[in-house]
Design a protein around this ligand. Structure first.
Ligand code: PXP
Length: 249
């Protein structure tokens, strides 16, 4: 089952380690370049409102230096939209953001804030960015994403990845499977991510219609032991195993 599923590598947690000590290292820009060399199809970064990991400097340097594409994850705020207008990334992924959360918990409620999100999609499309909305695998949210004019959705895989029992995992997987099929039917490009690691990604990569997986924490965690390039290549192999070998990158 081809075509190849794309891998976006999220390097936020390289910056988390740097910020923990206020040092100059490790540098997420260096991580992004190594990830690209190892086969990443794009680099995802999320400058959060509290700047706990990625800083503006990282975004600006990567915008100049990346050879693939930047996927800028951001909250739907005027300040972030103005920043994106300055950076002009190839892709923007709109996500919900709460200061107190450990990571992005749950998808964006597009259905509940349609006017605001539609306006953000319109402004970001004007700078040529491909806009995706990070949503739960829920048909109502998919319908709302279509109404907002977003060409892409990223389905939140957290419920599947964090399931505690095989039954819960099956249930969450089925929800994901149906949501991918529904979003494709509605004409959307479908990405997915959150909580994916070396043991739960193959099933998701095998879902027909998935375009790209965005993966961060598990890759950066493995890199501590194997180095980043090997960690990215290992994830690439997991994804390719799901679809069969590809002939060219
Ligand atoms: N996609 C989105 C929209 C996210 O917010 C995150 C987490 O920053 C990811 C993908 C990557 O998740 P993880 O770090 O769990 O692989």
């Amino acid at each position: 089952m081809n075509p190849r599923v794309l891998l976006g590598v999220n390097v936020d947690h390289v910056a988390t380690l740097r910020q923990a000590r206020g040092t100059r290292y490790p540098d997420p820009v260096q991580a992004a370049l190594l990830a690209e060399e190892a086969g990443a199809d794009g680099i995802t970064i999320h400058p959060r409102e509290d700047r706990r990991h990625i800083q503006e400097r990282d975004v600006l340097l990567m915008r100049d230096m990346l050879n693939t594409k930047m996927n800028l994850e951001m909250a739907v705020t005027d300040a972030m939209i103005v920043f994106a207008e300055q950076v002009r990334p190839q892709c923007v992924c709109l996500v919900p953001e709460k200061r107190e959360e450990l990571t992005t918990e749950g998808g964006l409620d597009v259905d509940g804030q349609e006017a605001r999100i539609a306006k953000a999609c319109e402004r970001l499309a004007r700078i040529g960015a491909e806009v995706s909305l990070f949503i739960d695998p829920d048909p109502a949210q998919i319908d709302a994403a279509v109404r907002c004019g977003a060409p892409v959705v990223e389905l939140h895989t957290g419920e599947y990845a964090e399931a505690n029992t095989p039954e819960a995992e099956e249930k969450a997987f089925k929800v994901l499977l149906d949501a991918v099929a529904y979003a494709r039917k509605r004409g959307l490009i479908v990405n997915a991510g959150h909580g994916l690691h070396y043991h739960n990604t193959e099933r998701v990569a095998a879902i027909p219609g998935i375009n790209e997986l965005n993966i961060g924490h598990s890759i950066i965690a493995r890199a501590v032991f194997t180095g980043l390039k090997e960690a990215v290549r290992d994830m690439r192999s997991v994804i390719d195993r799901a679809r069969g070998p590809h002939l060219s990158p």
